[in-house]
Design a protein around this ligand. Structure first.
Ligand code: CU
Length: 329
């Protein structure tokens, strides 16, 4: 047990885990779309190693090990390796297209290398700005990569954008991989230290438009302004609240200092993207409810005074008027 979770130590479960020797400072371990190869790259090398899954199974069967680490067998490197590909300096991660090519990011060299599975030949290279870490090809982690686009996720931008001070934005670069040669299409900002990302076809996304009213089973949800109410029981105050363009109901909540306040706020909108927020600065509260959603806000009214609450998500021309007051006596 570790921190309350059941854990199996692989050294106690023989035959479950085997180690394969990889380059120093290993990063990506990527499986080719056909499942035949495992490509392991290390930042401090100039080659990436292609391991053959069939050979790994054979080595396991024949117990072709070179030792063990903490009781876990280490497979014989030479017996499971198919190739060391001369991709360039500092290989990290590898992605795939639909034509049997692999694309490896090169951190030290600041480039992407394109190479052929099977012949292990590097056929093209494109410079990126700068210090690429991860990269993602369209559906490049699946059994059927799309093969048209690749995004380089770079740790630095190095002058690709207008300078606005000592701290510069990180950059991502969209690369066309549909032809023989890779070509840069577009530069965009990205988050600091961009990590794993996936590109999937847009038609695979089937998002809901709103949370349907009939599926909202929250026991404290209300759907009509007429049902808005404040229920007191000793020091507990329950507020059944509606948020709809462009007001809250109730708009005035009166409590005594020390009361425990629970607000059940239902956004009764059934229109896509009509979100409402609830901000109460002095109590450090800021939540947002999607259309059809009920959110619960809980706090102890330990500060005396009159405090405005307001919608924090632009909703209409009267958004600024969507507000009310908490009075703590
Ligand atoms: Cu609003």
């Amino acid at each position: 047990m570790i921190g309350g979770a059941k854990v199996i130590d692989p050294k106690d479960a023989e035959g479950v885990v085997y180690l394969l020797p990889a380059a120093k400072s290993p990063h990506g371990v990527d499986v080719s779309p056909d499942g035949k190869y495992i490509i392991a790259s290390g930042k401090l090398q100039s080659v990436t190693t292609v391991f053959n899954f069939e050979k790994m199974l054979t080595a396991i069967q024949k117990k072709n090990f070179t030792g063990n680490e903490d009781g876990i067998p280490v497979l014989n490197y030479d017996s499971i390796k198919d190739a060391e590909v001369n991709v360039g300096l500092g290989p990290l991660h590898t992605q795939f297209d639909d034509q049997g090519f692999a694309y490896t990011s090169l951190f030290v060299e600041s480039a992407v290398a394109k190479w052929k599975l099977g012949t292990w030949e590097v056929v093209d290279k494109i410079p990126v700005s700068y210090n690429i870490g991860h990269l993602t090809a369209a559906e490049g982690d699946t059994k059927s990569p799309d093969g048209k686009y690749l995004v380089a996720l770079n740790k630095l931008s190095h002058g690709r954008h207008l300078s606005v001070g000592p701290s510069q934005p990180e950059s991502s670069q969209l690369i066309d991989i549909s032809g023989e040669k890779m070509s840069l299409l577009y530069d965009a900002f990205t988050e600091p230290e961009p990590h794993y990302a996936q590109i999937i076809k847009a038609d695979k996304l089937k998002p809901i438009e709103v949370y349907p009213k009939e599926e909202n089973k929250h026991p404290k949800a209300i759907w009509d302004i007429k049902d808005a109410k404040i229920v007191r029981s000793g020091k507990n105050v329950e507020v059944y609240m509606v948020a709809v363009r462009s007001s809250f109901e109730p708009t005035k909540i009166e409590v005594n200092k020390g009361d425990k306040v629970t607000i059940y706020m239902t956004n009764i909108e059934q229109t896509t993207d009509e979100l409402h927020g609830f901000g109460l600065n002095e109590y450090n509260i800021n939540i947002v409810a999607d259309p059809g959603e009920t959110k619960v806000i809980e706090f102890v009214a330990d500060k005396q005074g009159v405090f405005p609450f307001y919608c924090t998500n632009f909703c209409s021309a009267l958004h600024q008027e969507m507000q009310g007051y908490l009075l703590v006596k």
